[in-house]
Write a protein that binds this ligand. Structure first.
Ligand code: NAP
Length: 250
């Protein structure tokens, strides 16, 4: 018989209860790194993705943030498995770059539908449970481009800057109920999304980043984890850049 069993081991005063965390788009890139961090911290983590491939330990629900019914069904599944979502990270995003004069209505609307309206759909759905719990953490993944602007990305930049207004309005509406809403604005992070950019654009960005390098997905995840922590209980409506200084001043 061991001297201590799990029942008799004194409680770790630094330990915290596992939370129900939902990260959209966690099968690759930044979303994957965010989900992996929460898993490592002992949380119950789920993701909504269109295709599969979520990391180990993450409950994968196939869904589409462009579809309200799909979002609702996915949340119902996550809630049944993990309980109401306490931490929501709206990360799913797409680009459809093109110069303004050649950008079609579809190019504009499709990007808004995923990046902005998609975030709205998951925030609205998550807020129901958070209001009941009287606590919650909402983190919206924006981009340096939302504040800095970028040629060829009128659709993407518009979708990303609007997330600031969303987080700040949610803060004013739900801040008194223990719910925070913040924005993380990554700069140039090494993922599939940025690998798709032309080489000359990548080199131009590199030359203007004070840190002199691109970022890692896990560096974005660290900022998200802070905003979702108890330590950030009094941080809301903020924009936290993770961009090596690229967008500073905004
Ligand atoms: N990489 C960067 O440098 C950078 C910089 C600033 C901001 N960001 C932002 O950070 C976020 C993640 O970027 P990333 O580089 O990791 O992108 P990524 O590798 O292209 O991954 C995008 C993720 O979004 C998901 N997704 C796309 N449309 C979806 C939809 N309609 N419904 C559900 N999921 C959907 C994808 O899942 P499926 O594959 O299953 O569709 C995928 O998991 C995005 O919001 C992006 O705008 C990235």
């Amino acid at each position: 018989m061991p001297a201590t069993t799990p029942e008799t081991t004194p409680a770790d005063p630094t330990a915290r209860a596992a939370r129900s965390v939902l990260v959209t788009g966690a099968n690759r890139g930044i979303g994957r790194a965010i989900a992996e961090r929460f898993v490592a911290a002992g949380d119950r983590v789920a993701t909504i993705v269109r295709s599969g491939g979520a990391p180990d330990g993450v409950l994968e629900v196939i869904g589409d943030v462009r579809d309200t019914a799909s979002v609702d069904a996915a949340f119902t599944q996550v809630e049944a498995a993990h309980g109401p979502v306490e931490v929501l990270v709206a990360n799913a995003g797409v680009t459809r770059d093109g110069l303004l004069m050649r950008m079609t209505d579809e190019d504009f609307a499709d990007v808004i539908d995923v990046n902005l309206t998609g975030a709205f759909r998951v925030v609205r759905r998550a807020s129901k449970g958070m209001i009941r719990l009287r606590r919650g953490r909402i983190v919206l993944i924006s981009s340096v481009v939302g504040m800095y602007g970028s040629p060829g990305q009128v659709n993407y930049a518009s979708s990303k800057s609007a997330l600031v207004g969303m987080a700040r309005s949610v803060t004013r509406e739900l801040g008194g109920r223990g719910i925070t809403a913040n924005v993380v604005a990554p700069g140039f992070i090494d993922t599939d999304m940025t690998k798709a950019l032309p080489e000359d654009r990548q080199q131009a960005y590199l030359g203007s980043i004070p840190a002199g390098r691109f970022g890692h997905a896990d560096e974005v995840a660290a900022a998200v984890q802070f905003l979702a922590s108890d330590d950030a209980a009094y941080v809301s409506g903020a924009v936290l850049p993770v961009d090596g200084g690229l967008g500073m001043g905004h």
